[in-house]
Write a new protein. Structure first.
Length: 168
């Protein structure tokens, strides 16, 4: 596994980034015109991933939601997950501010984790983070936060916070 060069030239403190702006709540957000965090939804079923993506886009209070890609199934036999399809989905939604990946079942989670362990070999954009979050609720929270311009940490936190939210 190759390692990325960690020189300071590649790092811009988020508060100094030209696309960072403050909103009244003091939450750090990015202008949609300058790109947003992308979201990839991985399911064992492509149809399920697409339905969850549609739901997340539909509840976003904007006509221009953050980029979302749904992937699932295996190219050869229908159900399953494919590292190649996940990597392609991550590249499609990458706008230069990071990508958050959510997965539904353990097999999809394992595929995502294996892919992230070999990110450079698969040509993943940088950075890509896996959200340990419930699939539907986490996807909605991630897309809403990304659509509002949240940075990578905010989108990841929003998705993962859904584990801590009760249903009642």
């Amino acid at each position: 596994m190759g390692h990325r060069d960690s020189t300071d030239a590649d790092v811009i403190p988020i508060l100094d980034a030209p696309s960072a702006v403050r909103v009244p709540s003091q939450a750090l957000v990015r202008s949609a015109a300058l790109g947003r965090v992308g979201v990839v939804l991985v399911s064992q079923s492509r149809d399920l991933a697409e339905d969850v993506a549609d739901l997340a886009r539909a509840v976003a209070p904007t006509d221009d939601p953050a980029p979302v890609a749904a992937t699932g199934g295996h190219p050869s036999d229908g159900l399953g997950s494919s590292a190649l399809l996940i990597a392609a989905a991550a590249r499609r939604v990458d706008q230069g501010h990071g990508v958050v990946v959510l997965a539904d079942l353990p097999a999809a989670v394992h595929t995502v984790q294996a892919l992230l362990a070999t990110a450079d070999e698969h040509g993943l954009p940088f950075p890509v983070r896996f959200a340990d979050a419930p699939f539907v609720e986490g996807a909605v929270a991630a897309v809403l936060t990304a659509s509002a311009g949240g940075d990578l940490a905010a989108v990841l936190d929003a998705a993962e916070e859904m584990y801590r939210q009760g249903k009642v």
